[in-house]
Design a binder for this molecule. Structure first.
Ligand SMILES: [Zn+2]
Length: 141
């Protein structure tokens, strides 16, 4: 979102395989797929379990808590749809799946690998929403 309040973040590209994920984000829920044969959690959304190749899955809610597994600060090329610095972060959720997202509400110099974060949601163009992560209350930031 720009300083004038205009939402500029691009909307997610919906497919039959990922629509459930983005629909949940619109409701303020972070979800993932769980294989109904072997129980493995998986992200990003895809039709087949990478472990047992089952096509049967259920969608479960996640707590939205995790830690920073890795991150990068994106400088160039700048896209006018985003506010800089953009922090791309791989978040390891407490349930064990990793989600590639953005870190928000933190000065980049205060980011540490392993720091606790929690999910938040940001609006996109075309009335969408994306999960992002912010420092967990009480964490350094
Ligand atoms: Zn499986």
């Amino acid at each position: 979102m720009t300083k004038t309040g205009e939402v500029t973040r691009p909307a997610p590209i919906l497919t039959d395989d990922n629509r459930f994920y983005w629909d949940a984000a619109l409701e303020g829920r972070l979800v993932t797929q769980r294989c109904q044969r072997c129980g493995r959690l998986r992200h990003p959304p895809r039709p087949m379990c990478p472990e047992c190749h089952s096509l049967e899955f259920e969608i479960i809610d996640l707590a939205g808590d995790g830690v920073v597994y890795s991150y990068a600060i994106l400088h160039h090329p700048q896209n006018p749809s985003f506010e800089y610095p953009v922090i791309a972060a791989l978040i390891e959720l407490t349930e064990g799946v990793r989600v590639l997202s953005n870190l928000v509400d933190i000065d980049p110099k205060h980011i540490n690998i392993g720091m606790p974060v929690t999910v938040d949601f940001r609006p996109t163009r075309h009335e969408g929403a994306v999960p992002v992560f912010k420092p967990k209350a009480g964490a350094n930031g």
